[in-house]
Design a binder for this molecule. Structure first.
Ligand code: BGC
Length: 380
């Protein structure tokens, strides 16, 4: 085990000391398919200097694959997705995508801002989910790959027209993905508007630290949250913020996800299973702090989430039901991938006591999330 781990460490050390033959971060791109209007979507392959690889397409800003090492140094793809653009276009439960303008649900698909009611497109019962019928997950972004001393990255930009999916204001959005040489995936989001609007951007990778096709019920999760936003029908917040104490939502001590996922708790059963927003301790912070840790004891892979956001949606892949065949022909059964979506709370525009999601002209929306990959091997 020690010998296999030595090589990446030596290579990384070489990169840091500037040895001439040291591996460096790099990127390549290739066509991934066509949009209905004839534009070509690209697939970018980003590599860091330590052997990890992330493939991202400018269609929806989707992370198509991400490889990370286990405790023996063996890399595996740890996100769910498809092999072709056509499959993403045909139907996807937001695999790996950028989500906007509003991540999560807006109850009744409407909100009132400065006395004006804005009806939104409806795509989840009577509600709106993840930005509507054609959210940021389904548009083609302008993309510019880069590599620098930190790793490889992709800068994505999209101008969302005034009124798109019902939202006021032209919204100029920029998202920068980085795959750093120390195995972090960082996401920096920025947006500006020309009319008062609401914004809540997030990312929707389905992780499985065991590699493709396995259950996520054996993953252990820690979430630094004393409470959650309680939901009612359609997973819309009631406005109540409830303590996790004595409930299956208490992840303040790391526990296997499967331990309590089918508990009869009525709010949990609405999922059914985990599909809720945790109110992160510390609220909105100026710099990212570690808010959650996911670990897979079998492989030793660990993922920490760092963010400035006040909320985290933990979705346990309850709606995956074996009808989707993903990359490499692997069938995605129930709970074989999980999402940890950093965010402001769902339905905030309709709850005045939730942290506000309003963006006004002249302001810049900025948020940052980091997925930090490690292993539980000694010294890692
Ligand atoms: C939501 C789930 C939804 C999933 C895919 C998650 O963010 O919380 O309810 O099924 O996205 O659409």
């Amino acid at each position: 085990m020690a010998t296999r781990r030595l090589l990446p460490i030596l290579l990384l050390a070489a990169a840091c000391t500037g040895t001439p033959d040291a591996p460096v971060a790099s990127f390549t791109s290739e066509p991934f398919g066509s949009m209905p209007d004839g534009r070509t979507a690209q697939l970018f392959t980003l590599k860091n200097a330590a052997g990890a690889e992330m493939r991202v397409t400018d269609y929806g800003g989707i992370i198509v694959s991400l490889t990370m090492p286990d405790r023996t140094g063996t890399f595996a793809d740890i996100v769910l997705g498809y092999d072709s653009l056509a499959q993403y276009q045909a139907s996807s439960p937001y695999f790996g995508a950028l989500i906007g303008r509003y991540g999560n649900r807006i109850g009744g698909a409407k909100f009132t801002l400065d006395g004006v009611e804005y009806p939104l497109t409806v795509n989840d019962g009577p509600n709106q989910l993840h930005g509507g019928l054609v959210g940021f997950d389904k548009v083609l972004w302008d993309a510019e790959p880069f590599a620098d001393s930190l790793g490889a990255g992709l800068r994505l930009q999209y101008a969302s027209p005034d009124g798109e999916e019902g939202y006021p204001g032209t919204l100029h959005v920029s998202v920068v993905y980085r795959l750093t040489d120390d195995h972090r995936v960082t996401i920096d989001y920025e947006a500006m508007t020309d009319k008062a609007t609401v914004v809540n951007l997030t990312h929707h990778s389905y992780f499985n630290l065991a590699g493709p096709g396995h259950t996520i019920l054996d993953h252990e999760l820690w979430i630094d949250a004393d409470s959650t936003t309680v939901v009612g029908a359609g997973l819309i917040p009631t406005g109540e913020i409830a303590s996790v104490e004595g409930t299956p939502f208490d992840f303040r001590t790391p526990l296997p996800i499967g331990a309590r996922i089918d508990d009869p708790d009525p709010v949990l059963q609405l999922g059914p299973g985990y599909d809720h927003n945790w109110v992160l301790n510390g609220g909105i912070t100026p710099e990212p702090r570690t808010v959650a840790r996911l670990s897979h004891p079998g492989s030793g892979r660990v993922m920490e989430i760092r963010t400035v956001e006040p909320g985290l949606q933990f979705y346990a892949g309850n709606f995956l039901d074996g009808t989707i065949t993903g990359k490499g022909g692997i069938v995605y059964g129930r709970r074989t991938g999980l999402c940890l979506e950093t965010q402001h709370f769902p339905d905030s525009p309709n709850h005045a006591h939730f942290p506000p999601t309003v963006l006004r002209p002249g302001e810049t929306y900025r948020t940052r999330t980091e997925y930090v990959f490690k292993t539980d091997a000694a010294g890692a």
